[in-house]
Write a protein that binds this ligand. Structure first.
Ligand code: NAD
Length: 530
């Protein structure tokens, strides 16, 4: 474990004042003053973020809007080329962005790398599929042969992306890239803590050939800058807590604009009686402590079959004891500090409340200021009961509670006993049984014999939450078509739907009824085929 109290500054990344200024110039900020941003590794001053005024938000959206039609009119192949050039630049300059992410978030470098890989696979997937997914589609018309129909997808216009601090690279790009491929302009509002990563991305997008105004950034607090943005864009892609999600969704509802909401979770990992304990422990360790647990799809509740409970707890405790906590940028650590004082208080408050109410510490359960001011030890608890905040509310830290289960039904019942429905995991030797159980989990994604990366990395399939975990999904077909408005263009040939001249309404009704009867087997066949 490393220990340091020295302040980190942008100069530690080898930056000159000029490079820093070039990055902060990417924001439409400054008119509303500056906000001190601290590096979580040391909880000390990193840089001053220029904040966007109302006027700057309006201007950013106006600039995005003025560029959007021309961008949408470029060939899809040109838009794909820009994104693939960006993808290549991102890989080439990866060490730079991993530095920035670590400085802003304090996360382990391997967690920062996961973000980078996410952006790359998402960009590759949509570069491969966008042309096909956005192409017009022919459908069977109302009257076969006589009605022809095309489904057309238009870009929505300007998409507002509001993002949290935990995955600043992923969340500045993984939704914005498909939105831009679909012909939209985007205005991103990152969290105040992690705007620099987004500024770096904007500079790289421009280097890749993206017209300057297609990707805009605004900076500042959610209730002011975020709300102003929602009031002007045509679609909102929001990622954040369920509490904020409700406010954002209501505001979008007032304007009757569409929104995709990716929210919090209280994810459950089930260890079946047939699981190999060593494997279950390895999966659980990564699933709980990735990004210090500040990951929406991380596991916070572990349900272990009675037969394996003791060896599982013992082996997981030993594994957790060996985790390396890092407080400097660079490779080699397993997890870092939490993001800020407020969040540290929230995480430790939940644990303290649970301990006071009878929970038992297996591992951790306290701060370690001598390692770093925002360090909280990786924590495992047992004897957590319903009514403790830790049991039902998202913790979003390096903390999991472990529960005993008597069989599969019991595990499923406990796992589903939550208002959230984001991610889940089942560890089992019987994959067939695991897949059957997965269908009974009220969760947008379920990973069998993995914690979260299998579903997250499978970007051809949608990823989204149920219940308090969200509305809609990113990834897959939806992750592109979310940013389009469909239009149905139907052409009627020869006859319309009213009775032709010389045929009475009664006779026409008879003919229509007969035609509908003839079409019945066609309907049946297509239903069976799907
Ligand atoms: P948060 O909801 O506090 O903030 C998220 C973003 O919303 C920030 O940019 C913030 O400035 C903005 N915001 C806040 N109030 C707003 C308002 N009234 N109007 C408009 N914007 C507003 O979330 P957080 O604490 O930054 O992030 C952690 C949360 O994000 C956790 O709950 C986590 O589970 C969730 N998350 C979900 C996913 C997912 O894909 N489901 C991914 C990452 C994080």
């Amino acid at each position: 474990m490393t220990s340091t109290r020295t302040a980190l500054t942008l100069q530690d990344m080898g930056w000159t004042a000029a490079t820093a200024a070039e990055l902060t110039d990417q924001f439409n900020g400054g008119e509303a003053g500056y906000r001190e941003v601290k590096a979580p590794f040391t909880n000390s001053y990193l840089y001053a973020l220029p904040l966007s005024s109302d006027h700057a938000v309006d201007e950013a959206v106006a600039r995005a809007r003025s560029s959007q039609l021309r961008w949408a009119a470029t060939k899809i192949t040109e838009r794909i080329d820009v994104m693939l050039r960006f993808h290549d630049l991102l890989l080439r300059h990866r060490e730079d962005v991993l530095d920035i992410i670590q400085f802003e978030t304090g996360k382990a470098r391997r967690d920062a790398l996961e973000e980078l890989l996410d952006v790359c696979v998402v960009t590759q997937y949509y570069a491969r599929t966008a042309k096909r997914l956005l192409a017009d589609r022919a459908h069977r018309g109302a009257i076969p042969v006589l009605t022809s129909v095309r489904e057309v997808h238009h870009p929505i216009g300007v998409v507002g992306v509001i993002a949290p601090w935990n995955y600043p690279l992923s969340l500045a790009l993984s939704d914005a890239v498909p939105a831009m491929l679909a012909g939209n302009a985007v205005v991103v509002k990152p969290d105040v803590q992690t705007s620099l990563t987004a500024g770096w991305c904007r500079r790289l997008l421009r280097e890749a050939g993206l017209p300057a105004n297609v990707y805009q950034l605004v900076t500042g607090d959610g209730p002011t800058v975020g709300a102003r943005l929602i009031d002007q864009v045509d679609h909102v892609m929001f990622t954040g807590s369920s509490a904020t999600g409700r406010i954002v969704a209501a505001r979008c509802g007032e304007r009757l604009i569409s929104a995709t909401m990716e929210l919090g979770g209280k994810n459950a990992l089930i260890v079946r009686a047939d699981a190999q304990v060593g494997r279950a422990v390895r999966i659980a360790e990564r699933a709980v402590f990735a990004n210090s647990g500040q990951l929406c799809i991380a596991m916070e509740r572990i349900y272990v079959d009675r037969k394996l409970f003791e060896p599982f707890v013992e082996q997981l405790r030993n594994r957790v004891a060996a985790l390396k906590i890092g407080t400097r940028p660079g490779w080699g650590s397993d997890l870092g500090p939490l993001i800020n004082d407020t969040h540290l208080d929230r995480v430790s408050g939940q644990v303290e409340q649970a301990l006071a109410a009878g929970a038992t510490v297996v591992s951790g359960g306290r701060r370690r200021p001598e390692i770093g001011p925002l360090v909280y030890l990786p924590t495992l608890l047992t004897d957590v009961t319903v009514g403790m905040d830790l049991c039902g509310q998202e913790t979003f830290g390096p903390v999991a509670s472990i529960y005993v289960t008597s069989d599969d039904d019991h595990a499923i019942q406990l796992a589903n006993d939550t208002e959230y429905g984001l991610n889940a995991s089942i560890v089992t030797a019987d994959v067939g049984r695991g897949k059957a159980l997965a269908r009974r989990l009220n969760s947008g994604s379920v990973n069998i014999n993995d914690g979260y990366a299998a579903a997250w990395g499978s970007v051809a399939a949608p990823l989204g939450g149920r219940g308090a975990s969200g509305l809609g999904a990113r990834h897959g077909i939806a992750g592109l078509l979310n940013y389009t408005e469909s239009q149905t263009i139907a052409t009627q040939r020869i006859w319309g739907f009213s009775a032709p001249a010389g045929i009475s309404d009664r006779r026409w009704a008879d003919l229509l009824a007969r035609s509908v009867r003839i079409m019945r087997p066609l309907g049946h066949r297509s239903k069976g085929a799907s």
